[in-house]
Design a protein around this ligand. Structure first.
Ligand SMILES: [Zn+2]
Length: 300
């Protein structure tokens, strides 16, 4: 029996007021199991996908998001592609494609030709910001910490943990020093908070409800928590988007797909398993429409 509760997939924002630190904690349950259950992921990839999914939600915590935030990795190695996304409505989805055998542990920096990008914005309206993540750091959390230092010039600490039931992430960011606050004291406080965070084991992170964990870890730093945001598995696929994808393939491929299944095309969304069917009349109709621009290689 699967237990579904509102609290199971949740994002908490908080401040450590005494230390000048802001934080986000994400705990995924059902949403993670939905994503993980879509394919028979090798265990090393299962872990990285869960980390990326938790991280995609974490990174939405402190930004004003219109659209979605995605973390995408591509490589020429055994891990061909990994994608995790969280929308401004707290809808999460993700998937990975790989070739067997996948080496364990999965070292992102060792994947040939690996590129990781964080994309923020509204694809439909063409408003997108994209930043590349330097992968020369051990693990996704370290790579994202470095991304924050590069992009915001602010130190960040990110901890990610995954098991079969949960994917959890904790992110701390040093807030910009304001006039009046002692910079040296800030450095001290940041060091103290990082040291406390480093005492946290993956098992504890996975097993403890967020409020309890944050108060246990940082009770001396005055934890102020904001209203939690619910998260859930959700897919943004639609018949229209699938039609756009088919149109972008061109007539020859659409004809071949029709022929392969007795004058019908079946498209199954890899994120949510929703099935879309197009018969010959549908296909003619969509091919006759003027092509809409489609972002290359973006999962629909
Ligand atoms: Zn879908």
């Amino acid at each position: 029996m699967e237990t579904l509760s509102v609290e199971e997939d949740v994002l908490h924002r908080f401040l450590l007021e005494g230390a000048g630190v802001r934080g986000v904690m994400v705990r995924l349950g059902a949403a993670w199991r939905e994503v993980a259950g879509r394919a028979d992921y090798p265990s090393a990839l299962h872990a990285v996908l869960g980390e990326a999914l938790a991280a995609s939600a974490l990174l939405t915590g402190n930004i004003k998001l219109d659209g979605a935030l995605s973390i995408e990795l591509k490589s020429n190695g055994a891990l061909r592609m990994l994608f995790a996304e969280c929308t401004d409505q707290g809808r999460l989805r993700g998937l990975a494609r790989w070739n067997d055998p996948l080496s364990e542990p999965l070292e992102l920096h060792a994947l040939p030709g690996a590129i990781m990008a964080i994309t923020i914005g509204n694809v439909e309206r063409g408003q997108r910001y994209q930043g590349l993540v330097d992968l020369q750091h051990a693990g996704l959390a370290a790579a994202l910490e470095n991304y924050f230092i590069q992009s915001e010039q602010l130190p960040a600490r990110i901890v990610l943990a995954v098991n079969a039931d949960h994917a959890v992430g904790l992110m701390l960011q040093k807030m910009p020093t304001e006039g009046g606050r002692d910079a040296a004291q800030d450095e001290d406080a940041w060091g103290r908070v990082v040291a406390l965070t480093d005492t946290l084991g993956a098992d504890e992170l996975l097993a403890t409800p967020p409020e309890q964990l944050l108060f246990r870890l940082y009770h001396e730093e005055t934890v102020r928590m904001f209203e939690p945001r619910p998260l859930a598995f959700g897919c943004s696929c639609s018949r229209e988007r699938v039609a756009t994808m088919l149109r972008s393939l061109g007539r020859d491929e659409v004809e071949a797909a029709l022929a392969a299944r007795g004058d019908e095309i079946e498209v199954i969304c890899e994120f949510c398993a929703q099935r879309y069917y197009f018969d010959r009349i549908d296909a003619e109709h969509l091919l006759s429409e003027s092509p809409a621009p489609v972002a290359p290689d973006t999962p629909q």
